[in-house]
Design a protein around this ligand. Sequence first.
Ligand code: FES
Length: 90
Amino acid sequence: MKKTIICRCEDVTEEDVLQAIDEGFEDIEELRKRLRLGMGPCQGRTCIPLVIRILAKKTGKNVEDIPLPTSRPPIVPVTLEALASDEDEE
Ligand code: FES
């Protein structure tokens, strides 16, 4: 059977998304937590738009009516130098 990969970072297929929606996970935040969508290196740039389209089609909603997931910026700004450094911050 052909599988359509929706999230290549977390190896989530279209079938996984449809099954989760059938189980009652009907918004992007719930689907993200259930399937780890958007938690890989691409941070959802690839998979979240695909999931929004699947969710809209499956639930009969408009794509524009589906809220985007919330983003969580760092509490304290971090410089690229600090991220690239091997030294522990004191
Ligand atoms: S494709 Fe989903 S987190 Fe990268």
